[in-house]
Design a binder for this molecule. Structure first.
Ligand code: NAD
Ligand code: MG
Length: 331
């Protein structure tokens, strides 16, 4: 079993006397900045001129500076911008201020692993990647808990990179839940694989296909929505709480028997072969190249798919139905 590290394994004092710049104030950015501040770390937020997040960050008591100034001031620079804009912002506003001895940090390995960002070799390069969205990173911290994190060292110029990464993870509350060591390559490849095959790509297609099959056969779309989308959460909550076993304990024997005997007909050897192909495309950089080129050319294909997907009947039905159960918004 891989080792998890907790609060007592990490030393927050390593950030004493250091200024941390959080670049970006989105999902992860706001959570890291506020958690570090509450942990007693000296934090500034770096935003581009005209950012709408500025007033939000200032209202929360944070000091906001333009990205270049924040990068110049800080000892540790955590880049929490969308992955596809990091290269440009890094080149224009961060690299010129990345003096020897500084620490460059990421929450996802994409830009380092695929060499979109190539830092000088006299800085530490580390990753602290919470395994959860930013609002949870913040909410759990406020409750005295944390979200588990991955951490990694890509480059250790100071001889302290690993301890510093662990200190940062402690500052955002990660070591309260436990942190696991990885590499930039492993984190990047497994993260992309997980979101493409299981969490986002696989699940969305499964939901849509199930819904389409029922509607095509003449069943009410509302009913198809409940069966194929709404109940996903109830099942997933059980799986996350207690594994597949807890879910299978809670469902009827009829459902359990259908699970064992029909599931393997949906995910077949063909599906598994495709999963391996997708993993290869990630490992060889083919996916990264495609995504980078798509963004460089103005995202025409990306935007078209986005629009088409938003018009899928499961989305139309869902909008109307969800408006009727207001309790969803409260949880
Ligand atoms: P986000 O989209 O929520 O926030 C991005 C921030 O960058 C916003 O403040 C936005 O205003 C700013 N921004 C957008 N375009 C910009 C530009 N051109 N120039 C300057 N600033 C710009 O991003 P996020 O989801 O918090 O992701 C940040 C990093 O964290 C990514 O590397 C991502 O892979 C990683 N990560 C995200 C999650 C998650 O659940 N969201 C989880 C783990 C790791
Ligand atoms: Mg992910």
């Amino acid at each position: 079993m891989a080792r998890m590290y907790y609060d007592s394994d990490a030393n927050l004092d390593l950030l004493n006397g250091k200024t941390v710049a959080i670049i970006g104030y989105g999902s992860q950015g706001h959570a890291h900045a506020l958690n570090l501040k509450d942990s007693g770390v000296s934090v500034i937020v770096g935003l581009y001129e005209g950012s709408r997040s500025r007033s939000k960050a200032e209202a929360a008591g944070l000091t906001v500076q333009p990205v270049a100034k924040a990068a110049a001031t800080a000892d540790l620079i955590m880049i929490l911008l969308p992955d596809e804009v990091q290269r440009t912002v890094y080149t224009e506003s961060i690299a010129p201020h990345l003096d020897a001895g500084k620490i460059l940090a990421f929450a996802h390995g994409f830009n380092i692993n695929f060499a979109q960002i190539v830092p000088p070799d006299d800085v530490d390069v580390v990753m602290v990647a919470p395994k959860g969205p930013g609002h949870l990173v913040r909410r759990t911290y406020e409750q005295g808990q944390g979200v588990p994190c991955l951490f990694a060292v890509y480059q250790d110029a100071s001889g302290q990179a690993r301890d510093r990464a662990m200190a940062y993870a402690k500052g955002i509350g990660g070591t309260r839940a436990g942190i696991l060591e990885t590499t930039f390559r492993e984190e990047t490849e497994t993260d992309l694989f997980g979101e493409q095959v299981v969490l986002c790509g696989g699940l969305s297609e499964l939901i849509k296909s199930g819904f389409e099959t029922l509607v095509e056969a003449g069943y009410q779309p509302e009913l198809a929505y409940f069966e194929c989308l709404h109940e996903v959460k109830l099942i997933v909550d059980l799986i996350v709480e207690g594994g597949l076993a807890k879910m299978r304990d809670s469902i009827s024997n009829t459902a359990e028997y259908g699970d064992y005997t029909r599931g393997p007909r949906i995910i077949t050897d063909d599906t598994r072969a495709e999963m391996r192909k997708i993993l290869k495309e990630i490992q060889t950089g083919q996916f990264a190249r495609e995504f980078v080129l798509e963004n460089m050319s103005g995202s025409a294909g990306f935007n078209a798919i986005r629009r088409r997907e938003s018009e899928h009947p499961v989305e139309e039905v869902g909008k109307d139905l969800r408006a009727m159960f207001s309790w969803l918004k409260k949880v």
